[in-house]
Design a protein around this ligand. Sequence first.
Ligand code: SF4
Ligand code: SF4
Length: 180
Amino acid sequence: MAFRHQIETISGQNSNLCYQCSKCSAGCPMADWMDLKPAQVMHAIRLGQEELVLHSRSIWLCVGCETCSARCPQDVQPAAAMNAARVIARRRGIKPGVKEIGLYYNGFVNNMRLNGKIHDASVAGITQLLTGQLKDSMPLAWKLFTRGRVKPPPLPFGGGEFRRIYKRAMEREMREEQHP
Ligand code: SF4
Ligand code: SF4
């Protein structure tokens, strides 16, 4: 299936509707750090430049704020297209263009699998440990802890139901992609 159709199947976004006005890029709070601005991502999807999109930093730097989608005069949702590109990149085993964010994603999902819900401090702490930033963030972590802003982690192994939901969702997504 062509790349732009894969994006459309997952996100419902038709890149052909984008007429490159760049309103999405102009409003994106992360655009300064992106290698491809949101409008360029949409253009690359339309042209089938999947390697460019899937290896970009942009799809990982998108924070899903939806500003781009709200500004689009064509009712296109670049945020959803970015999300779909991340899904495809993960399925293909492509390393995230921003290592720290890839580690954060792994930590998030693993935390859900283990506990059935997110414990923010654990995810942040593990990400910082793996990226060598734990020492620098300790003063802030301690301040938050002493002010009661960091709760102890829940007892593990409460994620059985989540694991079942996750498995069903993945199977359904694979089916829909194979038989759109
Ligand atoms: S705002 Fe919409 S039409 Fe304009 S470039 Fe972005 S996605 Fe395309
Ligand atoms: S959803 Fe992503 S691409 Fe869109 S404006 Fe927000 S950060 Fe930028």
